[in-house]
Write a protein that binds this ligand. Structure first.
Ligand code: FCB
Length: 455
């Protein structure tokens, strides 16, 4: 295969999230999050797994940073656990929580690794959920305070900030179909949550910038939504609806165009939009220095009268059929289609020129059953997945997309939300009994990619 080079200065890194790796759930004053509650609720997470210990990264961060340095990572994207900073979401800051991230940032910088901070990766303080969570406006305001508290401590060393990770998941899976914490099943609450998440982003982004943050953005799990057979008007309508619910509902307000009319009309049939206030769209449209895109898999839909829809997308039952994924699939059953990444990047770049893009997550779960006694994990499936998606990203770059970096999901095997520990996404294997880390072959492969700045 031809050699591919990425642009000079391309940022190579890896991503994780607090609840998925830190453990130390009751240490140093950390408060309860919605994921603590959810994972301890019988039937919510595979075999009752929790993030109580996870990868014990809270105690092993130095070892993990050394591993990153060994792999040659230039950037590391991690999230800050809000309940470590303000245990009840709003009260006084606990300096011990900030101390941890302070040590982590220093350890990264000492190894020449650029910290990319995510301020919210789904672990809302339970105390705030008890007061309405993302369905109420106050949560957005508290989030801006959280952002500022973190910036006050780390802002002298951290350059790149993203506010939210995948607000689609927070709203649609957390409040809509209940597959994620807090596990509510209320279609109307979904849209209240979307709006308050976006508002929280806007308020936080403005506050960060005013405090001197260098680069501020957000990470979205945008979808490449495709019609089943490309033909019918009904299919096109299905694509438009799902695209609206997943992509345009976020991209419109974030980039200053406001909520698209068709999306507003759709959500107004489900909930009285009394939560939208004059001036909100202006607040949400805070200037963006970067957009993080998480991409794993495409979405194929068909327009069908009586279609089953999907409980994660309110109002799709009766007109939309979500097509079952077609192989090859990952261990989470997600369809592998690198071309979807190219299409998505090109589309975002065309619709929002001048907005620098990062792939803030991409990767695959594969069984990785076996360390065969020699400490080797031969994850050829993962290498093929990553190779395909990097080629797809490169295609987009060569067609002019301003893609600045790629952060693999994930550095370590970790707590995969409702799937618990049974799905492994790491390029580094974690033995959860001993906490031993073993770089998989994909880690060595990625090390090569980084050192060559290409494939
Ligand atoms: C994304 C999440 C991340 C991880 C991957 C597999 O939706 O942001 O935490 O679970 O999926």
């Amino acid at each position: 295969m031809t050699e591919l080079r990425f642009p000079e200065g391309f940022v190579w890194g890896a991503a994780t999230a607090a609840y998925q790796i830190e453990g130390a759930a009751r240490e140093d004053g950390r408060g309860e999050s919605i994921w603590d509650t959810f994972s301890r609720t019988p039937g919510r997470v595979f075999q009752g797994h929790t993030g109580d210990v996870a990868c014990d990264h809270y105690h092993r961060y130095a070892e993990d940073v050394a591993l990153m340095a060994d792999l040659g990572l230039r950037a590391y994207r991690f999230s800050v656990a809000w309940p470590r900073i303000r245990p009840d979401g709003t009260g006084p800051v606990d300096p011990r929580g900030l101390d941890f991230y302070d040590r982590l940032v220093d350890a990264l910088l000492a190894r020449g690794i650029d910290p990319f901070v995510t301020l919210y990766h789904w672990d809302l303080p339970q105390a705030l959920e008890d007061r309405g969570g993302w369905t109420v406006r106050e949560t957005a305001e508290h989030f801006a305070d959280h952002a500022l508290a973190v910036h006050q401590r780390l802002g002298d060393r951290v350059r790149t900030w993203t506010t939210l990770n995948e607000p689609w998941c927070s709203a649609y899976l957390g409040y809509g179909n209940g597959v994620h914490a807090p596990g509510r099943r209320d279609a109307g609450a979904t849209f209240r949550a979307v709006h308050h998440l976006l508002l929280g982003h806007g308020l936080a982004a403005r506050a960060l910038r005013a405090a001197g943050a260098e680069a501020v953005g957000i990470t979205l799990n945008l979808a490449d939504v495709r019609p089943a057979d490309g033909g019918s008007a009904a299919d096109a309508a299905a694509v438009r609806l799902v695209d609206g619910l997943q992509n345009r509902i976020f991209l419109g307000p974030l980039t200053g165009a406001g909520y698209p009319d068709d999306v507003l009309a759709h959500l107004s049939r489900i909930v009285e939009p009394d939560f939208l206030r004059d001036g909100d769209e202006k607040l949400i449209a805070a200037p963006l220095d970067l957009l993080g895109i998480n991409y794993y898999s495409p979405t194929y839909v068909a327009g069908r009268t009586g279609g089953a829809g999907n409980s994660a997308y309110p109002g799709t039952a009766g007109s939309v059929e979500f097509l079952p994924p077609v192989g090859p699939l990952t261990d989470t059953g997600w369809m592998i289609e690198p071309a979807g990444l190219t299409r998505l990047l090109e589309r975002v770049a065309a619709d929002h020129p001048g907005l620098p893009l990062f792939i803030t997550e991409n990767g695959g779960a594969f069984p990785d059953r076996d360390i065969d006694g020699t400490g080797r994990v031969t994850d050829t499936d993962r290498i093929a997945y990553l190779d395909g998606h990097l080629r797809a990203a490169h295609d987009a770059v060569s067609r002019g997309v301003d893609l600045r970096g790629y952060l693999v999901w994930s550095l370590l095997d970790n707590f995969e939300w409702a799937e618990g520990y049974r799905k492994r996404f790491g390029i580094v294997h974690v033995d959860y009994l001993t906490q031993r880390r073993t770089p998989k072959e994909s880690a060595r492969w990625y090390q090569e990619v980084i050192s060559r700045n290409g494939l």
